[in-house]
Design a protein around this ligand. Structure first.
Ligand code: FES
Ligand SMILES: [Fe+2]
Length: 382
């Protein structure tokens, strides 16, 4: 699991001044809004005695710990220790919890989990420029699954499973060929042309599949002449190594919107009712069809390339895996084995930009990263 990345945390409209706990990368976080409506994210563990801030309450732009009432402001600084200190309004410098940058986009609230300063941070990709135009129906489906986030993305970029796993596409011919493959450091995009209903190959029919490691997102654009034009975008957030939170966004062009297929012919738009039907079907059927197979897939994390027999049409999903691994080297990857060995006796937090600006004066240690020497330290003490 990579740090220094944006992750979709919750539906923006559902966050209020009531603290909300969200677990990402195995770390408990608390989200809340202040009196002006601005959203914030802090580590959910009080540095006094480890209580969960998310079961406390928000007051005057601060979050109040439920156990002894310490107040934390939006920057994570403790501003008040009501009892047990001679100077309640002057907490020590170490009285602070990590605070993470947040941003709203596409109806979701994203959090940047890492210590990169603002000028080093990647931007959340504009993967859905259609979203804000007013020309599309929009539906958001939140679902959690006990599947690794990489397995989910590999599936969203696997064109051949669609005709087997999904009932809605079972009648289509099974042929798929990759054309127009575009690889970059942080994204991959490829058009997977498929056979038409008469069993003939067509360069204008099929699925455009796209993945961006920044914000952990896959977008599928469906060009089928008999289906309405639809865009399915899935943000997949690692709750931990084996569990994912999915935010799937389904866009379908409105009847009044002019859209065109790859052959230049006009595509059909839909009314709100048809869009809602597709959102319901995706939530109640399509996602479960994927899950039925994914929960049986082994290993539960991504496999080694040498332990699978990949074919030509697996090129996109292989690239998804490769660029995520490459991003891990640059951005930092949590050493989950070391973390598990320490979990019962220690608190570890994801580093935040404040750690880079001022590495000292923190109470909780940051999570061990791969290649950081932590395994040697563990061996030395065992
Ligand atoms: S544990 Fe939070 S104030 Fe004591
Ligand atoms: Fe699927």
């Amino acid at each position: 699991m990579n740090i220094n990345n944006w992750y979709a945390a919750c539906i923006a409209g559902e966050l209020s001044d009531k603290p909300q706990q969200v677990t990402i990368l195995g770390a408990d976080l608390v989200f809340f809004r202040d009196d002006t409506g601005a959203a914030y994210c802090l580590s959910d563990l009080c540095i006094h005695r480890g209580a969960s801030l998310s079961i406390g309450e928000c007051k005057n732009g601060t979050i109040v710990c439920p156990q002894h009432g310490w107040n934390y402001n939006s920057e994570g600084k403790c501003t008040l220790i009501p009892a047990g200190s001679k100077n309640p309004a002057k907490p020590p410098k170490r009285a602070r919890v990590p605070s993470y940058p947040v941003q709203e986009k596409y109806g979701l609230l994203f959090v940047f989990l890492g210590d990169m300063a603002e000028d080093e941070r990647p931007e959340i990709p504009d993967i859905m420029p259609e979203y804000d135009t007013g020309d599309w129906h929009i539906g958001i489906i939140p679902r959690s699954k006990d599947i690794s986030y990489m397995r989910m993305h590999e599936n969203y970029n696997d064109p051949c499973h669609v005709h087997y796993v999904h009932e809605f596409a079972a009648w289509l011919p099974k042929g798929v060929t990759i054309i127009d493959h575009e690889n970059a450091d942080t994204h991959v995009k490829a058009f997977h042309a498929s056979w038409n209903a008469k069993g003939q190959y067509s360069e204008h029919i099929g699925l455009m599949m796209e993945y961006n490691v920044i914000s952990s997102v896959s977008r599928n654009t469906n060009y089928q002449p008999d289906y309405p034009y639809q865009i399915v975008t899935a943000y997949v957030t690692p709750v931990d190594e084996l569990n994912s939170q999915i935010f799937m966004i389904i866009l379908m062009a409105k009847e009044t919107t002019k859209t065109f297929g790859l052959d230049g012919k006009e595509l059909r738009g839909v009314g709100a009712e048809e869009h809602q039907m597709l959102v319901d079907m995706t939530r109640d059927q399509v996602m479960d069809e994927d899950y039925t197979v994914l929960k049986t897939t082994r290993p539960r994390l991504s496999a080694q390339f040498t332990e699978e027999l990949l074919v030509e049409t697996d090129r996109t999903l292989a690239q998804v895996r490769k660029i995520t691994q490459e991003y891990a080297v640059k951005a930092g990857e949590i050493d989950t084995v070391a973390l598990a060995a320490l979990a019962n006796n220690h608190i570890h937090v994801i580093p935040c930009p404040g750690h880079k600006a001022d590495p000292k004066n923190w109470v909780h240690k940051t999570v061990p990263l791969k290649n950081s020497g932590i395994r040697d330290e563990l061996k030395a003490v065992s």
